[in-house]
Design a protein around this ligand. Structure first.
Ligand code: FNR
Length: 195
């Protein structure tokens, strides 16, 4: 029997009718059978402040870090703000990236999808996120990508993804991510056995 892969998903938008929150829900439905996606809501993560961190992580930050640590991989669904990463998402990643040398993000497989109302489907945000992943020593899936432009035409008014082609991209992406996570897990086992 194939072991279930636990993926933690979070969205870079707090908007109630966010396309990216809707995208997370679509991903849950389109995930391969071996993959279970649970959602963490970033709304409760406070603004990063090292003075607060020095006194100990706030409870919601602790919960976020624990959820990341327990996950086999991360799925980020995010809009692009001003050609870059929305503050909500960057702030959450900043908290999770600490302490730098032992952060829960290190070695974590991650995949990004994004929906925007513009034409380029969050391409520049996804590129900017790759710098963050590099510093944090995470392992992003390169391809296939999910870049959803003109999101208003792809989701209905209740937030359901209605575009079949986009569903196919998401499904292919998650299949690829499942393989990527397994490759990294198997590689880690080989390295650990040689220690
Ligand atoms: C945007 N939007 C946007 N879109 C884009 O394609 N490139 C961009 O750089 C930006 N910049 C931007 C900045 C800010 C502050 C906002 C609020 C919006 C539009 C964006 O794609 C649109 O609002 C999406 O609907 C946001 O995603 P959610 O909230 O629906 O998930």
């Amino acid at each position: 029997m194939v072991e279930t892969m636990r993926i933690l998903g979070f969205a870079g938008s707090l908007r109630r009718s966010s396309y990216n929150r809707a995208l997370l829900n679509a991903a849950i439905e389109l995930a391969p059978e071996s993959m279970e996606i649970s959602i963490f809501d970033l709304a409760s993560i406070p603004l990063y402040n090292q003075d607060i961190e020095d006194q100990g992580d706030p409870a919601d930050v602790k919960a976020f870090k624990r959820a990341i640590a327990e996950a086999d991989g991360l799925l980020i669904c995010t809009p692009e703000y001003n050609f870059s990463i929305p503050g909500v998402l960057k702030n959450a990643l900043d908290w999770a990236s600490r302490p730098a040398k032992t952060s829960v993000l290190r070695g974590k497989p991650v995949v990004v999808m994004g929906a925007s109302t513009g034409a380029f489907g969050t391409a520049r945000c996804q590129l900017a996120l790759r710098s963050v992943f590099a510093f944090c020593n995470m392992h992003p899936l390169n391809y296939p990508q999910v870049l959803i432009g003109h999101a208003g035409e792809k989701f209905d008014s209740s937030g359901r993804l209605i575009d079949e082609e986009t569903k196919g991209y998401i499904s292919d992406n998650l299949k690829g991510f499942a393989v990527w996570v397994r490759i990294l897990q198997e590689g880690k086992k080989v390295v650990d056995n040689k220690k």
